[in-house]
Design a protein around this ligand. Sequence first.
Ligand SMILES: *Cc1c(COP(=O)(O)O)cnc(C)c1O
Length: 392
Amino acid sequence: MQIHTKAVHSGDRKKPGPHTPSTTPIHTATSYFYDSMSKLDRIFGGDEAGFSYARFDNPSAAALEELCASLENGAAALACASGMAALHTAILAALTDRPKSIVAASALYGQTVTLLMNVLSPLGIEVRFADACDPDAMRAAVAEARPGCVFIESISNPLLRVAPLDSIARIAREAGAALVVDHTFATPLLARPLDLGAHFSVHSLTKFLAGHGDVLGGIVVTDAAHAPVLRALGRNVGPVLGPFECYLAMRGIKTFPLRMERQCANAGKVAEWLAGQARVARVYYPGDTAHPDAATVARLFPAGMSGAMVSFEIRDGGREEVFGFMDSLKLIVRATSLGDVHSMMLYPVMSSHRDLSPKHRQRMGIGENLVRLSVGIEAAEDIIGDLAQALG
Ligand SMILES: *Cc1c(COP(=O)(O)O)cnc(C)c1O
């Protein structure tokens, strides 16, 4: 079944009966009643499928989880309260029964670096970094660290490098490590990490999947081998997503492939236009034929689809020029986050990479003149018109 069809149908109408709701309702009950203790006993014991307590599972969460597992060709999923909760849970699941050591990509979402360094490292988990777009560097780091987990983003933030998921999966598997991929920027429309050899594909549902800027959530999708440990962590740690949020995320996902196609197409037009502007010094866009990972993009992503993110540098600009430019935007929303139906712009130096020193940022290639645009579903000419008037 194609992803557009799965997005609309998977997870709904699980138990057809005389009055089956055509879409999954919001199940608010925290516990479930059965007509006999022996049946409840079998359900608690896992001998019979059924719901017992909302932290264990819940019909609204189960529907969303089935939907996300289906989009990623996974065996199971766990809906979590945020993308960060999902990443944390995936890493814990990956490290169960494996060496407590992680090799992570050097370019990561800011909070993920903090999770690794300020939360996991103090617990005695060894963390080291390597360039995810350089398989030789990754192989060397993995050979040295013998980690239990390799952690990468399929499209990095904010410079939009694209990791060779297939090569990294081979390196991880040969070393007995589990590969966890933060797939938030690329989405299951561009690639399915589990099909390419990853063990866990994680999303901030908050972004493209839910897509309307009105719900925080995360999802971990995994294979059959890791499904029990993921489910157990959901029960024992309790990072689970509430039923209202599950409903909103599921409603959003039904139109996700359509929105993402439009956003990718718009991003291509915006990137091309930006490249011709005198005030724009440099454009970062994975669909660019001169992009450093163009070969990976061509191999892993469908033709013409390279994501909906475009970063660019204002020529001879600093903080003041960037503030002036962003304050002049009339349509594009100045806000943290991405993947919504509306276009949004963020200044990495001020937000996602604020806690790093200017020197560290410079080393990462994140200049004072860099902005990151998440392209929405508006008419491309209106997005371009807004950028044109703000660039002046
Ligand atoms: C937003 C984001 C996260 C964190 O997700 P939340 O839902 O905000 O907790 C993690 N990784 C990436 C790439 C993100 O964009």
